[in-house]
Design a protein around this ligand. Structure first.
Ligand SMILES: Nc1ncnc2c1ncn2[C@@H]1O[C@H](COP(=O)(O)OP(=O)(O)OP(=O)(O)O)[C@@H](O)[C@H]1O
Ligand SMILES: [Mg+2]
Length: 356
C-alpha cells in the first residue's frame, strides 16, 4: 500500500468527524505531514472544500454502503493546495465501520483540461476573426444587396400613397403596393439576420439538425451581389432532398462561405462560373464547390490547407485551415481536386445523423 501512487486514508466511520486512523506513504508525501500527524486528523484539516453538510452526506452514503467519487481540493501542511479526485468506499472490520478514501492528484489532468479549453477558445476566436473579415470583404456588395430591397420598398411606399390619394382611392392597388413593401422589408431583414449570425462570437458549437441545401441557399443570398459585380455566374445543382445532419449551422455557413469566396477570388477578372453541388449517399452528404478559376498546382494540393498559407496580398491563409478543422470536428472530410479543364473543386463529406 505504501508503494501506491494514490494516497490512501482510512477513516473511522463511527467517529463523528470521521477521524483518520491510518494513511499510506503517498498520503504523507502529498500532504507533507508525517503519518503520526495525519492519524487523528479529519477531513476538515486537509480538505479545503469539505464542510459540515458535505461531511454529513458522505457519512450517510457510506452508511448506505455506497461507493462514490467526488472532486475536491487538498491543502498541504504549508498551506498550498492541489486538486484531487477522491473515491470513497465503506468497509467493516469485525463490527467496526470504516471509510476508505483513495485520493488521486489531478493537477496534470486539470492543467490539460484548461489548456484544451484555452485552445478551443483561441480556435473559436480565430474562426470569429475569419468570419468577420469575410463580411468585411463583402461589405460593399452587401451594402448593395441591402440597398435593393430598401429602394424597392421606398418606391412601393410612394406608389401606395399615390393610390390612396386617388379619388376614389384605389384600395386594391394600394394593398398590392403595401404587400411589396412587406416582401422587400422581409428580404432586407433576412440579409441582416444572416450577417448577424456571422458576427456571433466563439460560443461552443451548437448542434442542431441542419439541411445543407438551406445553408447553401443562405450563403447564396449573401454572395449573389459579389458574384454579379465580378460577372461570375453562380450555378447550383442541389439534390432535391438531402438527409439532415447534426451540425453547427453557423460553422457550416462559414465553411461554404470560405470555399465560395475562394472560388470567386480564383476567377480572374471577367467571366467565370462557380457551381455549388449537393449529393447524398446512404450515410453521408457530399457538397462540392467548383470554379473555373486559376486552378491548383498539383504539388500545392495539401499545402493550401495549412494555416497562414496564402497567395493573396491581403489573405490571412486561415480560410481553408479553419474550414477543414470545422468539417473534421463534425466527423467529416474536406479535400480539393483539380478540374479536368479549368479551375479547382473543393469537396466535403459529412456523416448523416445517427451514422457518426
Ligand atoms: N478555389 C481556389 N482556386 C485556386 N486556388 C485556391 C482556391 N482556394 C484556395 N486557393 C489557394 O489556397 C490558398 C489558401 O486559401 P485560404 O482560404 O486558406 O486563405 P486565403 O483565401 O488566401 O485567405 P483568406 O481566406 O483569409 O482571405 C489561397 O491563397 C490560394 O492560393
Ligand atoms: Mg480564403
Amino acid at each position: 500500500v505504501d508503494h501506491l501512487t494514490e494516497a490512501v486514508f482510512i477513516h473511522d466511520d463511527q467517529d463523528d468527524q470521521g477521524r483518520v486512523v491510518d494513511v499510506n506513504q503517498q498520503a504523507c508525501d502529498s500532504l507533507r505531514y508525517s503519518r503520526e500527524e495525519l492519524i487523528g486528523m479529519n477531513g476538515f484539516d486537509y480538505d479545503a472544500l469539505v464542510d459540515a453538510t458535505f461531511m454529513r452526506s458522505i457519512k450517510e452514503r457510506l452508511a448506505r454502503g455506497e461507493i462514490f467519487s467526488f472532486e475536491s481540493v487538498h491543502r498541504r501542511k504549508d498551506g498550498t493546495v492541489f486538486p484531487v479526485e477522491v473515491r470513497v468506499s465503506p468497509f467493516s472490520h469485525g463490527d467496526h465501520q470504516f471509510g476508505l478514501a483513495v485520493v488521486r492528484d489531478i493537477t496534470e489532468r486539470k492543467r490539460a483540461e484548461e489548456e484544451r479549453e484555452r485552445l478551443r477558445q483561441l480556435e473559436a476566436e480565430l474562426a470569429h476573426i475569419n468570419r468577420v473579415s469575410m463580411l468585411g470583404e463583402l461589405a460593399s456588395s452587401l451594402a448593395h444587396e441591402l440597398n435593393q430591397p430598401i429602394t424597392a420598398a421606398t418606391a412601393s411606399a410612394k406608389a401606395c400613397l399615390l393610390w390612396l390619394e386617388h379619388n376614389p382611392a384605389d384600395v386594391e392597388r394600394a394593398r398590392a403596393a403595401a404587400m411589396r413593401i412587406q416582401n422587400n422589408g422581409n428580404r432586407a431583414a433576412e440579409i441582416i439576420q444572416r450577417m448577424r449570425a456571422f458576427y456571433k462570437t466563439g460560443a461552443p458549437p451548437q448542434l442542431e439538425s441542419v439541411d445543407l441545401n438551406k445553408v447553401a441557399a443562405e450563403i447564396l443570398t449573401l454572395l449573389r451581389s459579389e458574384a454579379t459585380q465580378r460577372s461570375i455566374l453562380l450555378r447550383t445543382e442541389l439534390a432535391p432532398q438531402l438527409p439532415h445532419i447534426m451540425a453547427d449551422r453557423v460553422q457550416l455557413q462559414q465553411v461554404l462561405m470560405n470555399l465560395m469566396l475562394n472560388g470567386i477570388e480564383a476567377v480572374p477578372a471577367g467571366a467565370g462560373e462557380l457551381t455549388l453541388r449537393s449529393q447524398s449517399t446512404k450515410d453521408s452528404v457530399l457538397i462540392s464547390v467548383s470554379d473555373t478559376g486559376v486552378g491548383l498546382p498539383n504539388e500545392k494540393l495539401d499545402q493550401i490547407f495549412n494555416a497562414f498559407y496564402t497567395t493573396k496580398p491581403h489573405g490571412t491563409g486561415m480560410g481553408l485551415a479553419i474550414s477543414r478543422s470545422i468539417i473534421e470536428a463534425h466527423g467529416g472530410r474536406l479535400w480539393a481536386t483539380a478540374n479536368a479543364e479549368r479551375g479547382a473543386t473543393f469537396h466535403f463529406r459529412l456523416p448523416v445523423e445517427g451514422q457518426q
